[in-house]
Design a protein around this ligand. Structure first.
Ligand SMILES: NC(=O)C1=CN([C@@H]2O[C@H](COP(=O)(O)OP(=O)(O)OC[C@H]3O[C@@H](n4cnc5c(N)ncnc54)[C@H](OP(=O)(O)O)[C@@H]3O)[C@@H](O)[C@H]2O)C=CC1
Ligand SMILES: CC(=O)C(=O)O
Ligand SMILES: [Mg+2]
Length: 762
């Protein structure tokens, strides 16, 4: 993420077409339901359905609390909306709210391992809405109300809280208020101010605006120091137009009648209204070191660039993820519900909200530990104007916020199942998310901070052109497309895309470096059976060779190819130009992400039938990759046998590889030979108390290429795993080879990984 203090304007990171394609590709939408019990045999069916299911039915009827033992209720949240205030887009109806609600449900899963489902209630009548949710209530462990306009949302939430014995939480009110409060606490500290003297203006007197104001006042800002504004201007005492009881509670005794007048001399502004509602003149008139949280989504009231152009002393936050300081309720709702569900809280009360806000504020001020810095590629965010609030991918959130919320629930008497062993709870929370799962995101952030020139060798291919364009628009750097200039231009035209002036097109036949490249290649290949004219032909015709030569000569930082040719032929071309890094071995590692779990698999590309020494090398290289990904490796050398049983030729090779690692005294955990289920299943591993792995393996070294390739592809097709890679590691320059027929999103990911690798090399 580049700082808006230095960049001239925010770039669109994707096109509208890309956003639609993202939602349409594969299974349309962002959610699916997966059973947690096997349903394969007659017996399974008898247990899961009739007649076995009758047993838990009776148990729950006799003791309703057992519903948490026998059903998914305890980890299930409904995200409910009628679409009357979808983000800052207005009342677009229940159906149009579905992408946002599916998105919120997906975030519950991604960040807090909570199963959530969207429910769209197609009515603007508050009574009908309340009844719909009320009668569906028993299904869920919690209700997250979303994007319901004010003042209806206040009535709906209050009534549902009274009617239901599970947490009911209007995210736009309290989620937003908690995050804004945490940000404000920190921004005030940074600017040497306190809540008691802070003059705050809130623009937007709806769900979010009123709730933010309520929390700010309850935390210490005097009511006399706040001014609330809406579409009619200042909410002042005596105003008649467009009022309701919630606005009246904050009607100010002031002569100011417009937002511009209210902001004169103000210390802080919360924007919770619509795009563009705040002007540069307004910002200019604020107090020194103004605090400006422009939180409207998807576009803020004023952009950080616009603020910094007139006030370089400001602290600015938005609701968006592409600027520093994202004040967005995504930092709250997953983690707050996690804590509330884990103690079976009957409600989310004020004590729990304040605990969440304080824990968040503290997290941004805390020293970033090594493990977190590693997950963010060594970048240590330090508390300051551009880091007043943690980023959603911070792996500490899943521990710090739920524990604070759970403790507050217990202390305030609303926890029905208090946590007895807090250390065990912390360990359980840590286990819910693997730091690797956020790896791609933090890789992308690192590349945006240090953009790279990437060669796209197959520059005439539509998918590659889309990827190159996306590479640029995501801020990863400048793309260089190899191909005939005429064909590339024609393809851009056919795709309805514009070639930006920064893009470079390299026509291999007209390349100014043909002679220099040929001589370089000839020097490398003359004793491998190549004549000078063979090298000239390669340089004139082979785009992968040219791409690799450009990287070798420092004309580009990274190369990505492999969309139109099989992996081995691309790798052969690359090897003609590039060697392994001294002391390294070139291997492929694949990152497998599935249901919150992440493992690295190696070697997924180079060695066909590795010897024991090569397997030991692969294990060492894979462990090194794991550390680069920010995780401490626990390497299992896999076989069909476990610790010598049953024996066989390949198992013996794996066994010898372990002995070689013993001799080398490597500095990572490893063991084998071991079957995959023993490596990945704690209960099975316990049968081998002598096993040297301290926990289940996170790096799997396959006995041969075919096992690696088959298992990762099966995981993708049958298990629905996300596979990133094979990522090529160990080469002297940064090159990535995509799979044959890769989609544009895969290509751009690989290009960004190559750029990241180039950045690490310096
Ligand atoms: N960053 C975050 O985490 C969050 C951001 N938000 C953002 O806050 C905004 C409001 O959402 P929400 O409270 O749920 O919606 P509501 O519909 O409940 O309230 C909208 C409020 O905005 C006011 N408003 C609209 N246009 C203007 C304007 N030009 N100037 C001043 N006030 C205006 C309305 O005024 P009136 O009362 O006169 O109609 C109303 O008070 C949205 O942009 C949303 O994206 C919301 C939740 C979380
Ligand atoms: C973030 C959010 O919930 C909103 O803008 O409505
Ligand atoms: Mg919302």
């Amino acid at each position: 993420m580049t700082s808006p203090r230095s960049s001239k304007a925010a770039q669109a990171r994707f096109t509208e077409q890309e956003a639609l394609q993202f939602h349409a590709q594969g299974k349309p939408g962002k959610l699916e339901i997966t059973p947690t019990k096997p349903l394969t045999t007659q017996r399974d069916l008898s247990l899961a359905y009739s007649p076995g299911v009758a047993v838990p039915v009776h148990a729950i009827a006799n003791d309703p609390a057992t519903v948490y033992d026998y059903t998914s209720k305890g980890n299930l949240v409904a995200v409910v909306s009628n679409g009357t205030a979808i983000l800052g887009l207005g009342n677009l109806g229940a159906l149009a709210a579905k992408p946002v609600m599916e998105g919120k449900a997906a975030l519950f899963k991604r960040f807090a391992d909570i199963d959530a489902i969207d429910l769209l209630v197609d009515t603007e009548d508050t009574e009908q809405f309340i009844n719909a949710v009320r009668y569906l209530g028993p299904t869920f462990g919690g209700i997250n109300l979303e994007d319901i306009r004010a003042p209806d949302c206040f009535i709906i939430e209050q009534r549902l809280k009274e009617l239901l014995d599970i947490p009911v939480f209007h995210d736009d009110q309290h989620g937003t208020a908690i995050i804004a409060a945490a940000g404000l606490i920190n921004a005030l500290e940074l600017t040497g101010r306190d809540l008691e003297s802070c003059k705050l203006v809130v623009n937007g007197a709806g769900a979010a605006g009123i709730a933010c104001l309520e929390l700010a006042v309850s935390m210490g800002i005097p009511k006399s120091n706040v001014i609330l504004c809406d579409t009619k201007g200042v909410v002042y005492q005596g105003r008649k137009e467009g009022m309701n009881q919630w606005k009246s509670a904050f009607a100010a005794k002031t002569k100011a009648r417009t937002l511009a007048e209210a902001l004169k001399g103000a210390d802080a502004l919360f924007g919770l209204s619509v795009k563009g509602a705040v002007t540069q003149d307004m910002v200019r008139s604020m107090a020194p070191k103004p605090i400006i949280f422009a939180m409207a989504n998807p576009d803020p009231e004023i952009t950080p660039e616009e603020v910094y152009a007139v006030r370089d002393d400001a602290i600015v936050a938005t609701g968006r993820s592409d600027y520093p300081n994202q004040i967005n309720n995504v930092l709250g709702f997953p983690f707050i519900f996690r804590g509330a569900l884990d103690v079976q809280a009957s409600t989310i009360n004020e004590a729990m909200k304040v605990a969440a806000a304080e824990a968040l504020a503290q997290l941004a001020r805390a020293e970033v530990p090594d493990q977190v810095a590693a997950a963010f590629h060594g970048r240590r965010a330090t508390f300051g104007p551009e880091y007043i609030i943690p980023a959603p991918f911070d792996p500490r959130l899943i521990v710090n916020i739920p524990t604070a919320v759970a403790k507050a629930a217990m202390d305030s008497g609303v926890a029905r199942k208090p946590i007895v062993d807090m250390d065990a709870y912390v360990a359980k929370l840590e286990g819910r998310l693997d730091p690797l799962a956020g790896w791609l995101q933090s890789t992308f952030s690192a590349v945006r901070a240090d953009p790279k020139r990437a060669v796209f060798a197959e520059g005439e291919e539509p998918a590659v052109i889309r990827a190159a364009h996306s590479y640029f628009s995501q801020g990863f750097g400048v793309p260089i497309l190899i191909g005939s200039a005429d064909v590339v231009r024609e393809q851009f035209r056919a795709l309805g895309m514009v070639i930006r002036p920064e893009y470079e097109i390299i026509d291999t036949h007209k390349n100014a470096h043909i002679e220099e490249f040929s001589s370089y290649l000839y020097a490398r290949l003359q004793r491998r059976g190549y004549l000078k004219r063979d090298c000239q032909r390669l340089v004139a015709n082979e785009r992968n060779v040219v791409g690799a030569l450009m990287v070798a000569h420092g004309m580009a930082d990274a190369l990505v190819s492999g969309v139109t040719r099989n992996w081995t032929s691309v790798y052969d071309d690359v090897q003609r130009v590039l060697d392994p890094e001294p002391g390294r071995n070139v291997i492929g590692v694949s990152l497998v992400l599935l249901r919150g779990r992440a493992v690295l698999v190696a070697d997924t590309s180079v060695h066909d039938m590795p010897t024991s020494t090569e397997l030991a090398d692969i294990a060492t290289e894979a462990a090194r990759s794991a550390r680069n990904f920010g995780i401490e490796p626990r390497v299992a050398l896999l076989a069909y046998s476990t610790f010598g049983q049953p024996r066989g030729e390949r198992s013996d090779v794996v066994h010898e590889a372990v002995a070689i690692l013993d001799e080398r005294q490597v500095d990572f955990e490893y063991d084998g030979d071991m079957a995959a289920d023993v490596a990945l299943n704690r209960d099975l591993m316990r049968h081998y108390p002598f096993c040297r792995l301290s926990d289940t393996a996170n790096v799997l070294v396959m006995p041969a290429f075919h096992a690696a390739s088959i298992s990762t592809k099966m995981l993708k097709e049958l298990g629905g795993a996300t596979i990133i890679g094979p990522i090529l590691v160990g080469l002297s320059r940064s090159v990535q080879i995509c799979g044959f027929g890769a989609k544009d999103s895969d290509i751009v990911n690989m290009a960004a990984i190559a750029a990241y690798d180039a950045g690490r090399r310096g």
